[in-house]
Design a protein around this ligand. Structure first.
Ligand code: C2O
Ligand code: CU
Length: 435
């Protein structure tokens, strides 16, 4: 972590508006906004956002429903919106140069697609994302279960960090090659943006939807004041709820937690830094819920998932190279995948629709990378060879290797990249095709 200390915030919750699913098309306008990033009373920050706020509005729709969004670009750069984690139609994936043309400043684009999976997702800019996401172009996207779990509050918690001055001016060094060659753009101020109004009661059951929206920072997170289970990762339900210990979210990763409030002090989201615990946000508690009977936490209803064909899985390798303190090899940029920086005409692989592949991700660098596949989820393979969590982004530590298993059943051209956005900017991306 950068030596500069985090500014300390009092109550670190800022409210984001919520938009419920409506049948009429929704307008999502990327524009300049003024946001209270530093604690209230401190100066506001000039940012970008959607519909007047950063984070943008929380979009909610029922599982199987359609999202119908008219995107208007009113910032002074081209942009596009990516619906992170949604196994949706390729033409709606929002990747300029691969699935659509960039939407120029002043222009518009209509996104319309079905949301096949219930869960916690998010949307964000996918053009100059290392700058546009750092400036605030993101928001939560929640797909509701037909039979949602019985909770008293459903709360979204966006974890972010910003690099800014004490007077709230965002540092403009988005393209810093030094950052890109190291751990990316790390902020000096972090906070949990909590979409709930008011307090909870001791004894209330909460569903917490944590999303790491930071461009580059991996956040370990400790939760205090609750007792419960981890029920989903990257939007996908775990077959069995797990203990919450050692929760780590790489950029773009999500965790759903169902837990009961056990402390009259409320709930705290704590970032354990080398300088000690830093409270990123809290939900206050008043009163007691005497009606709820403590009960076990059942798994969330499963989404439809194609089972991998282990016997006929195609074996592939994706090696991460480059970065500071690494031999540069023949890379044309700072980072590369399989010796190649950035996108070319040649895909990493062309899959036949329905093909299972086992991809060995080799991190041959001195930094961790969070590798994200568009349009699909994949199983992280455990040391015993069994498929475990079903995710869209996997964190591979420096020098480590991880196998993932994926059924490539969504046709189209899909990006595969590091979600440390400064690494993506500097070459750590490729694409694949499913036909
Ligand atoms: Cu969250 Cu390529 O995206
Ligand atoms: Cu990376």
């Amino acid at each position: 972590m950068k030596r500069r200390e985090f500014l300390t915030a009092g109550c670190a919750a800022i409210l984001a508006p919520q938009l419920s699913w409506a049948a009429t098309p929704l307008e999502l306008i990327a524009q300049s906004v003024s946001a209270q990033i530093l604690p209230g009373g401190s100066p506001k920050t000039a940012m970008w956002g959607y519909n007047g706020t950063t984070p943008g509005p929380e979009l909610r729709l029922p599982q199987g429903g359609f999202l119908d969004v008219r995107f208007l670009n009113q910032i002074d750069q081209g942009s596009a919106v990516h619906w992170h984690g949604l196994r949706a139609d390729n033409a709606m994936d929002g990747v300029p140069g691969l699935t659509q043309d960039v939407v120029p400043s002043g222009d518009a684009f209509t996104y319309r697609f079905r949301a096949p999976d219930a869960g916690t997702f998010w949307y964000h800019s996918h053009n100059r994302s290392w700058e546009q996401v750092a400036k605030g172009l993101y928001g939560p996207l929640i797909v509701e279960e037909t039979n949602p779990p019985d909770v008293d509050h459903d709360i979204t918690v966006l974890i972010d960090d910003w690099r800014m001055s004490d007077t709230g001016v965002l540092a403009a060094d988005f393209d810093s090659p030094h950052d890109q060659a190291h751990a990316g753009r790390l902020g000096n101020f972090a906070r949990a943006i909590i979409t709930t109004e008011g307090a909870v009661r001791t004894g209330d059951r909460l569903r917490l939807r944590l999303i790491n929206v930071a461009t580059d920072r991996v956040f370990p997170i400790d939760l205090t004041g609750i007792q419960g289970k981890l029920v989903a990762l990257d939007g996908m339900p775990l077959a069995e709820p797990q203990d919450i210990a050692d929760l780590v979210l790489a950029p773009a990763q999500r965790a759903d937690i169902i837990a009961d409030v056990t402390s009259p002090q409320g709930v705290q989201f704590v970032f354990p830094t080398r300088d000690g615990p830093y409270v990123m946000g809290e939900i206050s508690s008043t009163g007691t819920n005497n009606h709820r009977v403590a009960s076990i936490i059942p798994p969330l209803p499963a989404n439809r998932v194609a089972q991998p064909d282990l016997d006929n899985a195609l074996a592939l390798t994706l090696t991460m190279d480059g970065g500071a303190m690494s031999p540069r090899n023949t890379l044309t940029d700072i980072w590369g995948l399989n010796g190649q920086s950035g996108l070319t005409d040649i895909p990493f692989h062309s899959f036949k629709r329905g093909q299972t592949a086992r991809i060995t991700l080799v991190n041959n660098t001195r930094f961790p990378h969070g590798i994200h596949l568009h349009g699909h989820h994949f199983f992280e393979v455990e040391a015993d060879g069994n498929p475990a969590a079903f995710r869209d982004t996997t964190l591979v530590d420096a020098g480590d290797t991880r196998d993932i298993l994926c059924v490539f059943d969504n046709p189209g051209k899909w990006l595969l990249h590091c979600h440390m956005l400064g690494h993506q900017a500097a070459g750590m991306k490729t694409w694949l095709e499913v036909a």
